[in-house]
Design a protein around this ligand. Structure first.
Ligand code: OAD
Length: 246
């Protein structure tokens, strides 16, 4: 893995001069906090767990207890991890910029805990739950987090589920609309820690590029995004993102 210093300098220049900045993050930004990514060959969650059993309506209907316990275990684990230097640097970047939009595919709350605000969680959030039938928001008690089965909705007796987007589900409309507006109007997009294979979010960097924005990608591995980016900064988010701030 080799960081190209010329590309680093160019990225710093692009970021410094960006008037309308969009940051797009994926699981890689939280990896150094100790949260597993989905597709990394050795450690990705989808290499050991079947996404269709854990992250789809069909999987929930088949085994709601399994899905509930899996997400509640991830939620509890979130209480034991902290934002890393990449999250902290992105929060600092937001404080420096007048027009700043952070779009994340992550369902954790580490960006907020680092100090970012108005984060667009386009794949939902694990820290909230709602009824799978009527959609009403539901606050889970600590005891319910330990339960074998999901609690039932007090209004309609539907099963309570995590407010994350499952495969085959539509992305949250308001967040996506705001994200698309920001992407079409940005002059620079910083992409951090995504494999760039899950649509429609994977399309956002090319969309920014078509609108004339410069794209910077931070990732230890090459991806479809690094191939089209103006700058590819090869390395870990926690090491590289703080170096982009001057
Ligand atoms: P992936 O697991 O697909 O990709 C993680 C990316 O992070 C890979 O490109 C890694 O090379 C990179 N990475 C690993 N460690 C890193 C580090 N320390 N610093 C920077 N990058 C690092 O995760 P996503 O692209 O976020 O969707 O996946 C997109 C969606 O697929 C997720 O939101 C989730 C999943 O299915 C839903 O649950 C709907």
């Amino acid at each position: 893995m080799k960081l190209d210093n010329q590309q680093l300098k160019q990225a710093i220049f692009l970021l410094q001069n960006a008037k309308r900045l969009v940051v797009l993050t994926g699981a890689g930004v939280s990896a150094e906090s100790g949260i597993q990514t989905f597709r990394d060959a050795q450690s990705g969650m989808w290499t050991t767990f079947d996404p269709m059993k854990l992250a789809s309506q069909e999987g929930f209907a088949e085994n709601p207890g399994l899905v509930w316990r899996w997400y509640m275990a991830r939620l509890k684990m979130l209480g034991n991890v902290q934002p890393n230097p990449a999250h902290l640097a992105l929060a600092q970047l937001q404080r420096q910029k007048t027009y700043f939009t952070l779009i994340t595919q992550n369902v954790d709350d580490l960006h907020e805990r680092a100090g970012n605000s108005a984060v667009l969680h386009v794949h939902g959030s694990i820290v909230s739950t709602h009824c799978n039938e009527c959609g009403k928001i539901y606050a889970v008690s600590p005891a319910e987090m330990e339960d074998e089965q999901p609690p039932l909705c007090p209004s309609c007796a539907g099963k309570i589920r995590p407010s994350v987007v499952w495969f085959g589900e539509i992305l949250p409309e308001k967040e996506m609309r705001t994200a698309l507006d920001a992407v079409r109007n940005c002059d620079c997009m910083l992409v951090v820690g995504t494999s760039g294979v899950v649509y429609p979010v994977a399309e956002l960097p090319s969309m920014a590029r078509r609108s004339g924005a410069a794209v910077i990608d931070v990732n230890p591995e090459r991806s479809p995004i690094s191939e089209m980016a103006d700058c590819f900064l090869q390395g870990k988010a926690g090491e590289i993102v703080p170096r982009l701030l001057v």
